[in-house]
Design a binder for this molecule. Sequence first.
Ligand code: NAD
Length: 260
Amino acid sequence: MLKGKNAVITGSTSGIGLGIARALAAQGCNVMLNGLGDPEKIEATRMALTAEFGITVIFHGADMTRPDEISALMESAANEFGGVDILVNSAGIQHTAPIEEFSPDRWQAIIAINLSSSFYTIHHAVPQMRRNGWGRIINIASVHGLVASANKAAYVSAKHGLVGLTKVVALETAGSGITSNAICPGWTRTELIEPQIAARAEALGVDIEAGGRSMLAEKQPSRQFVSIEQLGQLALFLCSPGADQITGTAIPIDGGWTAQ
Ligand code: NAD
């Protein structure tokens, strides 16, 4: 379906970003991976995707807190691929604390990585997409782009901001062949939420699995985690012709979390 298309996926060395990279690669799309982590593991991931799907996979280690490095990543994608057709903004971090104890450093880092980095990638990608008359911008927001939870001041602010950015870009690109949408996952079992599961388990004096079940019971009516594969399938649908008129949306995939 996506043979010959080129995608940049920020935060794709693990979790949801890597899952979406796999889903795109499986449809013949070339991918640029990005993120932090052990260089040997990242290279092994890059080689494995190349071998499994016979596509071009490149890696750029831009730090998403650094606008200059994000520009270099987008320029590198344009040079290596000849353009960017699909942009998935998935880089993200979490920090939880009550507002009066929330460290300003953590605030700055979360706003930079979870919100501002998407401004910079989109700013660079839109001119290339306009030239092609086609483009897909998929921002991995969160249920926390739609509703709040206590102790997540920076994360909820960044994700609400990302949903707003998604809408503005949709209006500015409407009718051009470019769409801009946000995916809003509920609890998805990745490294990002492991510290929260561990903290819950410790507070309740239970094991990790029971800690996870307690978190689901509190927020996610299905009591099941969203899977990385399900998020990959939703991203693929947004890249399909069936989604040509879907733009400016924030799509929950959350087991009913935001229906409450
Ligand atoms: P993850 O920790 O597995 O992935 C985060 C990715 O971002 C990794 O590749 C990491 O290396 C990268 N990253 C972090 N800081 C970076 C930086 N400074 N520069 C470049 N890359 C950086 O977690 P995940 O759950 O896959 O998170 C992906 C996105 O999904 C995030 O935006 C997160 O907010 C969002 N999300 C996750 C959940 C969940 O329950 N896991 C729910 C809703 C939304």
